[in-house]
Design a protein around this ligand. Structure first.
Ligand SMILES: C[S@@+](CC[C@H](N)C(=O)[O-])C[C@H]1O[C@@H](n2cnc3c(N)ncnc32)[C@H](O)[C@@H]1O
Length: 247
């Protein structure tokens, strides 16, 4: 289904056009035609918004890596003790394959910790929203130079299985009473994946990773979920999530 892309930023319409092309949609200039009953993109003041009528958040999704919240998180990356423990000791920057890029929160933590990150995201909407937010960001751009590769593909399309020190897998969690109250951004991710008709099978994905990657694998799970395999080498427990590490 083609999604409407409204441009309310006439001076910067060439930028909007460039993004609309990547999303295989055309620009609409008449903002008055915008319906709150269907999903749409909105380009305004050089910002790219995505709206979904069934999302929990009232406001459209806007990814802003320069926001105070993101800046604060990036500046205290040394406090990411669970993820750091899962990565373990190392005497050089590592090559991390982040198979489930999403909003890139974890990828940016890996980068801030000094590692190289290659990342896949199969949703075109999520990929384009995050890619544009990165392009626009003043602070994050510096971290990315020669250290970050971002692909809009399913991770199974990446063939260099021996190029990484760590594979990281953070799937969408199965809905439980707890995750039903997930944050606005995660809820938006779910709505986007439903809209694009993406299906995922955590067990099959995990099996694929085990069969194809011999390096260390870090799997993010809800803290009480059953492990995807009993061959775990160690686990790092947070309050609501857990990292299962397979060597
Ligand atoms: C829970 S989110 C990841 C959140 C991410 N770690 C972050 O910090 O923002 C899962 C993401 O993985 C993507 N995804 C799921 N299966 C995938 C696959 N097989 N290949 C590439 N991306 C996938 C989904 O589209 C979704 O955006």
């Amino acid at each position: 289904m083609s999604i409407k892309f409204y441009c309310a930023d006439i001076p910067n319409q060439s930028k909007a056009l460039e993004i609309a092309k990547k999303l295989s949609t055309t620009l609409e200039f008449d903002n008055t035609k915008r319906h709150e009953s269907e999903p749409y993109f909105l380009f305004r003041d050089l910002n790219l918004y995505f709206f979904h009528p069934l999302a929990k958040a009232k406001n459209p999704l806007l990814i802003n890596y320069d926001s105070p919240k993101n800046q604060w998180r990036m500046s205290r990356v040394e406090h990411e003790k669970h993820l750091k423990k899962a990565i373990g000791r190392h005497n050089r920057p590592l090559r991390i394959f982040d198979t489930t890029g999403g909003l890139l929160t974890d990828a940016l933590i890996f980068l801030s910790l000094g590692h190289f990150v290659e990342c896949t995201e199969k949703s075109s909407i999520i990929y384009n929203l995050t890619n544009y937010a990165l392009e626009k960001s003043v602070t994050v751009k510096k971290k990315l130079k020669k250290k970050f590769i971002h692909h809009n593909v399913d991770f199974k399309e990446i063939n260099q299985h021996d190029s990484y020190d760590i594979v990281y897998y953070d799937p969408m969690f199965e809905a439980t009473k707890k995750t039903a109250s997930s944050s606005g951004n995660i809820d938006y991710l779910k709505k986007i994946l439903e809209f694009e008709n993406h299906r995922y099978d955590t067990k099959l994905d995990f099996q694929y990773l085990c069969d194809n990657f011999k390096c260390k694998k870090i799997i993010k799970r809800p803290v009480k979920a059953t492990p995807l395999s009993n061959k775990i080498n160690y686990q790092i427990f947070g309050k609501s999530i857990r990292y299962d590490v397979y060597l």
